[in-house]
Design a protein around this ligand. Sequence first.
Ligand code: AMP
Length: 227
Amino acid sequence: MGRTAAHGGGLRLVLLGAPGVGKGTQAAEIQRRTGVPHISTGAMLRAAVKEGTPPGQKARAIMERGALVPDALVGPIMAERLARPDAGGGFLLDGFPRTVGQADLLDRILAERGQGLDRVINVVVPEPEIIDRLTGRRLCAACGATFHVRSNRPRAEGVCDACGGALRRRDDDAEAAIAERLRIYQEQTAPLVARYQRAGLLLTVDGRGRPDEVFERIASSIPGLRG
Ligand code: AMP
């Protein structure tokens, strides 16, 4: 079943779940503890938009309205990222795969390497709570730390506790874009839950509560995660 953690070669994990369930927060903690690289297609695409690269220029408007960037654009970015040496010893994918086509691509890339996934972590949070989390979310433009206007306020309004950078709302955390992202999640990404369940890889975790509580739920099922 490819539970390779015990056989050398680090963990190969996917974080599945709707926008706003806390995938990025959990991924950062897992990376901190295990050293496996946290690979977020959303973060890579936002960097490409900021830099104004050709893929970034194509992705900008699509991301702003909360739609998915085409597989033909995301696939090569992910294939290139997984080919880098640091991903050879394991990885943690956050926000990929998001479509059946992307899951097929990931299967192909791993099959060529003679590898498989160890676990797919499906974090679940009720939709009203997701909407509250995303509308109140603020990100540091400099270091990427996340805050929330109600539940995780920075010490000084609009200023990052970690680095002093300016906090801003992601463009796609506007209400219309959130609704679109949740609709697309149900339509395109949710079918992957059943696929990974059938493959015996799925771990479903309640994403409510504090980040450390959620992490404990994940870590109690995946040996080696506590680092
Ligand atoms: P995220 O940071 O994961 O919420 O992603 C932000 C946005 O980036 C999404 O709403 C999509 O527009 C785009 N995006 C990120 N990952 C993917 C992906 N795997 N496939 C298509 N679009 C993506």
